[in-house]
Design a binder for this molecule. Structure first.
Ligand code: GLN
Length: 249
């Protein structure tokens, strides 16, 4: 991995408002796994309002939030972040968006009371909240090339039902849980260097292979993106534990 030098930058969107169910663990995982490979890693907190150039960000993280928090940020996202995020992913940066963040990267999120929060249309998905919340463990099978194990595990808690348009493909197939909408067995999305998912928990500590995928993909614009091997026995034991628990339920 000697080719990759310089600073590895994580862009954290709305850390004060869109950050629930352990989402911060995703930031810590990306930071640590970059540092364990000898990179200097930093977090750029991206709050509301006009922002400076985000061209140096390698991986963006956009966490979840209740309807109230989404109402506070969706207009800001459209006004001040949309263009920069579109340019960043075009340039090879990666975005990981969870639940409420995932929903607002789509075309819109409509609450159970019929209020519509416009999204930025970076991914071809729409979301409409239902009356019943989907809560519990989630296990999916993903077809991300070379990802081992091919399972991803997490925890969902959402009222939104998300449907994928023709431009978007799912992150994976639901083995346990509800996923996007509780009916079509899809979970999450993959499109334009964006990964969206309903999996909180937090996601990356129990799925180190997905964390490395995001880091490696984001570094390809600087070199081959190859990462040295790490001992993930503890992380994968936690992964396996959720698999077993889900099978028991
Ligand atoms: N408010 C959204 C919903 O209920 C997102 C919730 C979340 O981020 N966990 O679906």
């Amino acid at each position: 991995m000697t080719g990759v030098t310089g600073i590895f930058t994580i862009g954290w969107l709305y850390p004060d408002l869109m950050n629930i169910y352990g989402d911060r663990g995703n930031i810590l995982t990306l930071l640590k796994r970059a540092e364990w490979r000898g990179m200097t890693a930093q977090v750029k907190e991206i709050q509301r309002g006009k922002v400076d150039d985000l061209g140096d960000v390698d991986v963006f993280f956009f966490g979840g939030g209740q309807d109230r928090e989404q109402a506070l940020i969706y207009d800001d996202l459209k006004t001040y972040k949309q263009e920069q995020l579109q340019n960043a992913v075009k340039d090879g940066a990666q975005i990981l968006a969870v639940c409420g963040g995932y929903q607002l990267l789509g075309h819109y999120y409509q609450t159970a009371d019929g209020e519509r929060y416009d999204g930025i249309g970076l991914i071809d998905v729409t979301t409409q909240a239902g009356k019943k919340r989907f809560i519990g463990d989630v296990v999916i099978l993903t077809d991300i090339e070379g990802l081992q194990p091919s399972t991803l595990v997490g925890f969902e808690n959402h009222s939104g039902r998300t449907f994928l348009g023709s431009q978007a493909k799912p992150l994976g197939k639901v083995v346990h849980g509800n996923g996007n909408n509780g009916s079509d067995k899809t979970e999450g999305v993959r499109q334009n260097n964006v990964i969206g998912t309903y999996m909180h928990g937090s996601l990356l500590p129990k799925n180190p292979h997905l964390a490395d995928y995001l880091i490696s993909e984001s570094l390809k614009r600087r070199g081959d993106g190859a990462l040295s091997h790490l001992d993930d026995s503890a992380e994968l034991a936690a992964h396996g534990w959720i698999l077993q628990r889900a099978q028991r339920r």
